[in-house]
Design a protein around this ligand. Sequence first.
Ligand SMILES: *Cc1c(COP(=O)(O)O)cnc(C)c1O
Ligand code: SF4
Length: 344
Amino acid sequence: MPIVSGSQGVVPASSGIHDNDWQGSLRRAIRDPAELCARLELPESYVAAARRAAAAFPLLVPEEFLNRMRRRDPHDPLLRQVLPLELENDEVPGYGQDPLEERHTQDVSGMLTKYPGRSLLITTGACAVHCRYCFRRHFPYSASPKSTTQWEPVLRQLRSDRSLEEVILSGGDPLTLPDERLAWLLQQLSQIEHVRRIRVHTRLPIMIPSRVNGPLLEMLSQPGQVRIVVVHVNHAAELDASVSQSLAALQMAGILLLNQAVLLRGVNDQVEDQVNLSLRLIECGVLPYYLHQLDAVAGAHHFLVPEAEGRLLLQTMQDRLPGYAVPRYVREVPGEPSKRPILP
Ligand SMILES: *Cc1c(COP(=O)(O)O)cnc(C)c1O
Ligand code: SF4
């Protein structure tokens, strides 16, 4: 028997925990800088600046996330992650369009094989939020598969390469896909015997907690393969009660929960921010996995925290926290088969 079923599971569709109209939430997400600034009672000057910066990478922030931000505070750590600033248009040497040189690692369209034994599928270009520091903000998503037929070359490649024991669903955000599309893909993957682990990289349980609905829990809790969900939380204030309920439901469905964060100036660059984030994650049943050094993507230079400062931060965390609550501080090096640890 599955641990969770749609009708009697941990979060039944009609539980009332969430409104369960996650697709409506996605559609209604805020895209207009004027609306964002009005809702948060920010000065008018932010609107024009956000308009200029959002031309290159549009503003996108769901209501549920906005509700966790403080009013009248342009420095709110959640707002900083999504608010387009004029600084994004600066040209800064060393910051480029494809900092990880990923475009060359796409041998079959929609599939990146930059990590040995693991295959990363670009399932969609869509996200529930646009993070201003995103290293894939300039990625050419139009090439990723859209239909079941277009997925066939990827699936053929996965079936034929027995070394691929893990499939990472990435994007964009794979949980923006409708349940039927996702269920189909997971079903295809579950039929490949040598695929032992399926990992989903997503910000949806944080941005729109009602995305963790009965059908999703059911398709993720099928036995046979290890299922891992890697969420992306940068600040403890993102983890309110509705998010922690969704994370608890995933955990009860037998899914291993990990977090990756990015070290960001003005968001989580203080020791207290990082300590609180780790402790809150543990409370929510999520292990802090990675703390990423910022990738040098054009438009994100103002988020940089120098590595030397990051190392000191990690040293202090190590002194104050149990070992399992200290994430690995890493940087991505183009062409390397794994992330490079940055040691204190
Ligand atoms: C690092 C990384 C991976 C591979 O992850 P490991 O946990 O190191 O195996 C996959 N996808 C993204 C986006 C990554 O940054
Ligand atoms: S959710 Fe992930 S892929 Fe989407 S914009 Fe944010 S960091 Fe980038």
